[in-house]
Design a binder for this molecule. Sequence first.
Ligand code: BES
Ligand code: MN
Ligand code: ZN
Length: 509
Amino acid sequence: MTALTLSTSSAASLRADAIVIGVAKGEKGPIVASGAEDVDKAFDGKLAAVLETLGASGGEGEVTKLPAPSGFKAPVVLAVGLGENPGKGENFDAETLRRAAGAAARALSGSAKGAFALPVTDAADAAAVAEGALLGAYTFTAYRTDGGKKKAADDKSAPLAEVALLGTKPRDKAFKAAAERATALAAEVNRARDLVNTPSNDLTPASFAAAAQSAAKEHGLKVEVLDEKALTKGGYGGLIGVGKGSENPPRLVKLSYTHPKAKQHLAFVGKGITYDSGGISLKPAGHNETMKCDMSGAAAVLGAVVAASRLGLKVNVTGWLALAENMPSGSATRPGDVLRMYSGKTVEVLNTDAEGRLVLADALTRACEEKPDAIVDVATLTGAMVVALGNRTFAVMANTDAFRDTVHETALEAGEQCWPMPMPKELRKSMDSPVADMANIGERAGGGLVAGLFLKEFIGEGIDWAHLDIAGPAFHESAPFGYTPKGGTGSGLRTLVRLAERAAGGGLA
Ligand code: BES
Ligand code: MN
Ligand code: ZN
């Protein structure tokens, strides 16, 4: 991954491929943001006018390259748009900095070093720039036979190798902590993205479990893997029922991070369908091309537990990865079959494409047995939620309004777009089944809420639970923006880590 350094060097004296500066949108044209004073001085204070001549407006994400002034060690100045200039005495918010840094890092892919001279007033700003740059630099080139050396039209060349943050204090505790947190967080988001982008012929439940085992070993987590034999013996009817049509059998992975001074215990549960064909209720062409992304929830959970460990948070975190491949075959679950779930409840599977809730149900029941203070599941659960909230916002639902609000607020704090959705109890009866305790589908209207109500049936009394439906933002199909690349995004992960941080600080009621 991209390396991060804190630097007190001047923009002129640092050896780099480009100096990154910020430009905001002013009423009368572009405004050079603070942090770039040295550069502006070298342009005789006329940098804004030069940028305007080049067509720069300061609009969000806009990238303008110009030759660096003579005497600079770097050959290029890269001006990145920050959008509207904040009011007098106000600073750019964290997400604006993250996105601008991300866009700049993306524009520098293939380069060795970028020196970021963006408007950083404190360690929190530095954290935002660092996070944005490290996330924006991400590229996925594992399947490129040239390793991404050739810059392709879709930007997928090798990532920017080094990010230097100018105007920061390398020996200051707060700045050092900010850099360490950004590095760990970005590494884990990028791990999640790699897993999501890995095609399903290489990422199976077994290979995902093996990847979790090696990450756990590297970062001092305890890990247990239940294979198909153990799952059958243990009565995990949901996981077995979904996985039994595939040549690649299911797994349930438990990851544990514990801290001796922990006061709270969080459980994270991730949907890990390594490929969702729909099963016997097969998805039509046009709906299955991106379904390698259906394990994004599990990838977010893995990364979040590892991040909690890397950051040494004073909290216990258990991660559950519910891994299966949903395929049609002679051994697959049929529409109309009844599964006996790990909880003991029976479920009539009326649509084998509503598989995520089945694997999650078993993992949620199992997670509840340990009586954590709170459970959060993350899942690419419903197309209905994509219709409702679009491609950039995930939904949060919960069994109490208070916990839903806590998770919502936490997501925004982490820089993830999130919106609360209700759990209307009248929808529950649409899942009544004539033969089993319930069916796996109900009313089509409000399909995302019905899915949430299904999961709620598997949550034990008195445990706070929230459900994140990340079906929209998990996989980004259109042009990259800010620090969000094409493909896997790592959606949900930063929210989980922020929740763990809050819990470590005693902030979860
Ligand atoms: N994995 C899909 C949901 C999905 C859709 C994720 C689009 C990402 C992008 C899920 O398993 C699914 O197929 N859900 C069905 C449920 C329906 C059969 C009740 C859906 O949303 O159509
Ligand atoms: Mn499905
Ligand atoms: Zn699915």
